[in-house]
Each structure stands twice: as structure tokens, then as C-alpha cells.
Design a protein around this ligand. Sequence first.
Ligand code: IUR
Length: 446
Amino acid sequence: MSIPELIKKKRDGGTLTDDEIKTFIQSVTNETIQGSQTGAMLMAIWQKGMINTEIETLTREMMSSGEVMSWPNEWAGSVVDKHSTGGVGDKVSLVLAPALAACGCKVPMISGRGLAHTGGTLDKLESIPGFNIHQPTEQILEILDSVGCCIVGQTEMLVPADRVLYALRDATSTVDSLPLITGSIISKKGAESLSALVLDVKFGRAALYKDLQSAKELAQLLVNVGSALGMRTGAVLSRMDATIGRYVGNSLEVIESLETLKGNGPDDLMELVTTLGGLLLLMTGLASDQSEGRKKILDAVIGGAALSKFQSMMEAQGVTNETAQSLCSAHTDYFNILRPAEHRVELKTVAGGSVLDVDGLVLAEVLHKLGAGRSKAGEPVNHSVGAELLVSPGQEVKLGTPWLRLHFEDPAPTADQISRLQNALTLGCPDDTQTQPLVQELLLPH
Ligand code: IUR
């Protein structure tokens, strides 16, 4: 079938055969298809959807469009990774990767950059002087052998079809399609040849999906397709309304991650780290149940083994020994190493009451405008811009209590942005405090 015939078949609601999907993905990879044709096919998929077997084939073909990593036989069963659908203040990977390595896993974590209001693990790590996220495959192997974990960017050779499709999805308003999201996420994890994968699928006002039901639909599809590709795949459905932890912004999130690795982590971050890590240890057989898995991860963090892995990972990825050691020491002055923002301002409460809510989306949107995030792929970010939340839900505050410390440079926040931030804080009566579970549900592998 020709490409126009394939587009017509999907446009009219047909089911593409394995060979037809293969033809489409190969022509994307070889660049023999026109951009307009790819755009039309993406829109046809967005509108008509795909059945499960089509999604599996799409994902498999995308995965095979480039290099598929291979690992030494001794690592069989222990190569793991996690993926998050994106959040505000989401620094889980920075703590989880070294904690898993400390528990005996091999973690070739291939992460992404931030876009719009969501942050990216690679941007966070690049606020550490010298940290190099570009590592060729041979180097990744060496770091996994000596340290057990690395956090790197996608190499040119890994899933080239996704690079093309992702850029065109952005340009054709076809990002929010379940088959296309699944193909994109799982093909990259499949190319890492993982034994086990855990997905943190978020729902809430600061998440890709606002409601639990849609997030669950995506989570189930990701689990099914990941399993079909031979990875033990589980998912966690977690709430994304406020921020994870108290610090948002690249450098600030590195600080909060290091503090967590030193045993001073906030409860919500620790809950996500132990839940996701516990599930992975269960799936690899390194724990006999979820609670043993959680405990092993907790011990690795509290006992300092994860911190020591993080230090070795920094050194293996280009940070000098002196800097890495200093960042990991007990009473470090982080801003001696991480560049501080030129200005700080504290916002004060305009009434008294009990802290009911902080809108993480508003916080992230304002920080994005102040330079902490990017609007288009390839734009630089300002690592120093961010915010520290100075209050926690349920806390009683008086009028004039500092509740947010903003770190900014140029541009400075406008009066309108300050007012948006002030409105992001909801105060009320203590009786109105509602605590909903952060982790709503787990989807275990079949
Ligand atoms: N992250 C990905 O890797 N792919 C996607 O399609 C989305 C997020 I949305």
C-alpha cells in the first residue's frame, strides 16, 4: 500500500496491519515520507485511535527504528527504570535511581528535559557544575558496571522515529493521543532492554490528565504494552495537585534531592520513592513483596547507601570529586557550588488561617515565565530560578507569615504574577483540611 492509501485507511477508521505500520514507521525513520503525510497520519491516529494490537506493533516498530541496548548476561533480571508522566517539583528520579542501585539494580535511566510547566530531570542535573548528561552507550555500560546507575539523555541512535514523530505531534496538536503517547514512552523504555519498568502516571490539575479515570486508562495501556514487549511493567497512579516536596526549580530541586538522600526528605517525596522503588524490587524478585521492597529502598536512603551511589554517579558523569564530595557532605553550603539566583523575595499571607491548598500549577506556570522552564524544545532554562514553599498543608498561619520564597533574576515577577501566586494559596478553617492519598492506586504486572 502507498502512504496516501495507508493514511486513507486510518482516516476512514480501518485497522492497520503489522506490515502497514512497519511501512509507516520505516518511512519515517528513512525520511522517505513527507512531513505533511506524517502529520496527516498522526491526525488520523489521533481521531480514530488504534486497537491494542496496533499500538503494540507501533511501539515495537518504533523501538526497532534504532539501537536496542544489550546488557551482560549477569545483569539479567536486574535492569530497571522508571518513567513519570510529568509533575511539579518531581525530583523522584534523583533519589530513586541511586536508591535502586544501592539495592543491587542496574539503572540506565534515560530522562527528558522540561517542557511548558513540567520540569525535566536532565535540566535539574545540569545545574550541578560539570554534570554531563551526554554519555555514549559504551560509557553507560561502564558506569552501570562500576556504580549501578546513571541518568542520561537519549542518544541520537535510540528510537529515531520518536524524535521525528514527537516534533510533528507538537506541531500538529496530536500530542494527547493514547496510542501515540504509549508508542513514544514504551518504545524508548523497550530500547533500554529493561527487565522491569515502573510508571508514575499522574492525575490532577498540574498533570497531563486531570482526572483519575483518564490517567488510569493511560496507565493500563502502558502496562499492557510494556508487558507485551517483554518488560515486567507496573504503574502507580499518583495525585499531582500541589508540588512534590517544598522546592520547585532546577537547582533548588537538586538541593532537596540531596537533603532527601541525607535522610531529611519530605514525606510526600519519600512516599513516592519508596512506593515506586518497592514495586520495582518486587518485580525484579529482589523483594518478596511490596512492603519488603519499600523497606529496602527506605533503608538505602536513610542509611546513606543511596547518597554514596549519587556521589559516585556524579563523579562518573563529569563532576569533580571535590564538588561531588562537598555536595554530599553533612553541612554543605549548597550555594557555594550551585549558582544562586540574584534576587529573593518572600511572599506573606494576606490573612490568617489554616493552609488548605497550594496550587502547584499556578506556581509552575509563574516560574516558567520567570525562566525556570522552556516553551520550545532546545531553549535554555535558568537553573537558579525557583521557589521554596515555607508552609505545609494543615499548618496554622497568622496574617503576614512568609509562605513562599521566590528566587528570581531577569525578568522580575510582575504585579500580576505576584497576585496569581498569592491566589494560589488557599487558607480556611482547620475543619476544612482534606487530606487525600498521594498514591491512589497501584497497577501490578499481569
Ligand atoms: N513523554 C514521552 O516520552 N512521550 C510522550 O509522548 C509524552 C511524554 I506526552
